[in-house]
Design a binder for this molecule. Structure first.
Ligand code: HSE
Length: 297
């Protein structure tokens, strides 16, 4: 038996919702081909040029599968071939795509015995390998699609949010920002006045999605806690953001822990105009980049 899983890129945090909000994109997507085997164990191959570990315990997909296999009584084996289109270290949920895709494919091969919530739990073991901490804000939208809220991680409490159609423009500057570093630099304490502003924005953003209120979404895409610190690691960030907003973007910010920047728009023309701006900014700075114009999955 063989299955192929398409594993979408995801934008974690959605500006104000650090570690709790995320959305899935239609492009880029990774592909995972998996075969159930009588030979117990996990065998991983990569069809791309990235030097990713194939030892299951060191590999994000392998670590997620090892966690799943602890809850499978019978001896099983998986042969996996991973084709990555989401570049590792892009801030677009590359590790989540591999770990989520692996457990979704395995669950299919095992007759869908696990719930989506179980799969999120297994896939978090992959995130632990990738960044040292278990977080689910990329994995959950990757598995469930759309916009998701992790109300709590221990115990896991997931809320799927409805949202209006959205265009998403992404630029991935080809610089490296490691998630672990981007977490290390954050202040551990928050001023009450900043917290109030932030939770106002999170509540506003969630309400904006549910009520399909584009203006409210736009007003709520503000982060007074994480972005001021992390944006220092991303050259061109302020210019991309201010010019995109002038061009009609609802708003946007750092995708996950960066370095990718994403902008949301209501119209496709705006999303395309923002791509032009992103290209101009990174060309003028002299940093290689890749852009995507896509939609909310
Ligand atoms: N919420 C996590 C962070 C996502 O911002 O560190 C990492 O991809």
């Amino acid at each position: 038996k063989k299955v192929t899983a398409s594993c979408p890129a995801t934008v974690a945090n959605l500006v104000c919702g650090f570690d709790i909000l995320g959305m899935a994109l239609n492009d880029p997507q990774d592909e995972i081909e998996m075969t159930l085997s009588d030979v117990p164990g996990i065998r991983i191959s990569h069809t791309d040029g990235y030097a990713l570990p194939s030892d299951p315990a060191q590999n994000v997909a392998g670590a997620a599968l090892l966690d799943l296999m602890k809850e499978v009584q019978e001896p099983v084996g998986f042969d996996i071939s991973i084709t990555k289109h989401i570049k590792p270290g892009s801030g677009l949920g590359s590790s989540a795509a591999s770990s989520a895709g692996a457990v979704v494919a395995a669950n299919h091969l095992l007759g869908n015995r696990f719930s989506s919530k179980d799969l999120v739990r297994f896939a978090m073991a992959g995130e632990k390998v990738a960044s040292g901490v278990k977080h689910a804000d990329n994995i959950t939208p990757c598995i469930m699609g759309g916009v998701t809220l992790i109300r709590s991680i221990f115990p896991l409490d997931i809320v799927q949010l409805s949202a209006p159609p959205l265009f998403v423009t992404v630029v991935h500057p080809q610089i490296e920002v490691r998630t672990s570093d981007a977490r290390q630099i954050l202040r551990k304490e928050v001023l009450l006045k900043d917290a109030i502003r932030q939770w106002g924005n999170i509540a506003g953003l969630v309400s904006g999605f549910l009520q399909k209120d584009y203006d409210l979404i736009g007003r709520s895409l503000e982060d007074v806690i994480i972005e001021p610190v992390r944006s220092m690691l991303i050259p061109g960030f302020d210019e991309v953001k201010s010019r995109s907003k002038e061009a009609g973007a609802l708003g946007g910010g750092i995708s996950g822990s960066g370095p990718s920047i994403f902008m949301l728009s209501r119209e496709s023309e705006t999303a395309i105009a923002i791509e032009v701006i992103m290209k101009e900014v990174f060309q003028s700075i002299g940093i290689d980049y890749k852009t995507y114009v896509t939609t909310l999955n």
